[in-house]
Design a protein. Sequence first.
Length: 268
Amino acid sequence: MSADPLALELLALAETAAREAGALIARYAAEGFAIGTKSTVTDMVTEADRAAEALLIEWLLGARPGDGFVGEEGAREAGRSGVRWVVDPLDGTTNFIYGIPAYAVSIAAEREGVVVAGVVHDVAHGLTYGAALGGGAACNGRPIRARDGAALATALLATGFAYDPARRAAQAAMTARILPRVRDIRRMGSAALDLAHVACGMLDGYYEYRLNPWDIAAGGLIAREAGALTGGFGGYGFEDGYVVAAGPGLFGALAELVDRAYRETAGT
């Protein structure tokens, strides 16, 4: 199977736009920025988030004015081409504010509702993960593959927590059931990067729930094109924001463990 020409065209455009947005974010990191809040006092947004989203609208819809667009910071365009861009201009805003080098630009292109191209650009490290449907995955142009063959007991996982205190407590209880069964768990603060790190073998697996489409659309495609499997749990699918991702040899056992932990804690 190989990627179709449109998917490759969308991937190339997304990679260019992501790097431009990344350069803008890096300038804010060096020069300073104003900070506000969104859903809770712990859910922060910065000038960089909003400026990066505006830049991405200009790049993507400037090149393809008939496309749709949905961004985390509220931008919406219906479009008429059958292509829609799903964008998180700065995934890992809290890390960005604190100077922790784990934040990314995430761009996915959907065609008739199917993700056909995805880019996750790691701003601090200058790494651009990308994939086109059927074309494999790469980082800075070099092919990447998900790690496979890990047993559950030796698997290194990542997860994340919500900004809402009650939901965060439920997620912590769920993780307390999972942690004794695996090697260890990392909490890096960017779902897009977690999925990219599964894709390149930096992690064995990743789970989290109640994520948004812009958190997972690009990273999910990159992980799958790198050979990982993705799915949901608790009766929900990946597209619902209930995410498990891992290499084929680990996926079944991890998905079963996550589903059981969810039903025993957060799902009640």
